[in-house]
Design a protein around this ligand. Structure first.
Ligand code: SF4
Ligand code: SF4
Length: 268
């Protein structure tokens, strides 16, 4: 990926709409098999959402290859202006929500690598917003996520509730931390607008005992033992248990240290 200089502007970043699960991250990565086969033949004939094929999820982490994920065909991605102009917000919604496939209804409680292997885990946005210590242990890296919008008038027209796509593009580019970038898609270099995904957790729809925020490694492990253990075994082989133990010890020591500092009245 090559990023270009950003357009100067003093505006706010683009946040998520104040609505439940407005980040829609799982509709790029977790529940959709290749070719959107989860929706079945008849639903696949229905009109799709506004995101596909224009919006992708772009993930970077230092020392690792960039990752790019297509959205589900039925995802609506909408950018609109907040009441407090010129602030922009994005809202990602399933356009067939009431009749969405069973994988989507069961997620994240019944997520799994295949239909035969239903291992529940934290949802992907929970993992994105989890403490650094969790990501460093379970993913072996910290990752940053962006929505990458094809820089083309048809794409802007599809996703923006704005009469004039050129004016909408200008507003998007002026938002804080938004950048233009050349991304290789297949064998083609394409210009994209990169919008950083804020770690804005207040809108997550916590629907079950399993779908809860990740506060500490110990808590996450006790809730999603099987899933986390699989990751650890993959990363560390026979050493997984000792890695887990020392990460938990370190995390708890840091929490105690922070507690002591707070009691003494010093800033963190
Ligand atoms: S918060 Fe989790 S379940 Fe909700 S849309 Fe995001 S990834 Fe999906
Ligand atoms: S069908 Fe709906 S809920 Fe399921 S992945 Fe697609 S957009 Fe998301």
């Amino acid at each position: 990926m090559n990023t270009h200089d950003r357009i100067p502007g003093n505006h706010d970043g683009i946040s998520f709409a104040r609505s439940e699960c407005s980040d829609g991250m799982c509709c790029f990565t977790c529940v959709i098999p290749r070719g959107n086969k989860h929706v079945g033949f008849f639903k696949s004939l229905r009109k799709g959402g506004t995101a596909y094929p224009y919006v992708k999820l772009f993930v970077t982490s230092e020392g690792y290859k960039d990752e790019l994920y297509d959205s589900c065909k039925f995802l609506n991605f909408i950018i609109s202006q907040d009441a407090t102009r010129p602030h922009l917000k994005m809202d990602l919604r399933c356009s067939i929500y009431k009749s969405r496939p069973s994988q989507c209804m069961g997620y994240p409680d019944q997520a799994g690598e295949s239909v035969y292997q239903k291992i529940s885990g934290p949802c992907i946005f929970n993992e994105y917003t989890a403490p650094r210590t969790y990501n460093k242990l379970v993913y072996k890296r910290e990752w940053k996520a962006f929505y990458a919008i094809l820089d083309h008038i048809d794409a802007i027209r599809s996703i923006c509730v704005h009469d004039d796509p050129s004016a909408a593009r200008k507003l998007i580019l002026e938002a804080r931390d938004v950048r233009l970038a050349t991304i290789t898609v297949g064998s083609k270099d394409q210009e994209h607008i990169l919008i950083p995904i804020l770690k804005q957790t207040e809108n997550i729809l916590y629907v079950s005992e399993k779908h809860q925020p990740i506060a500490t490694i110990r808590e996450a492990y006790s809730r999603w033992e099987e899933k986390i253990q699989n990751n650890l075994k993959n990363h560390y082989g026979d050493e997984w248990e000792s890695r887990l133990k020392s990460a938990i010890e370190m995390e708890e020591k840091d929490a105690c240290k922070r507690g002591d500092e707070d009691t003494a009245g010093n800033p963190e």
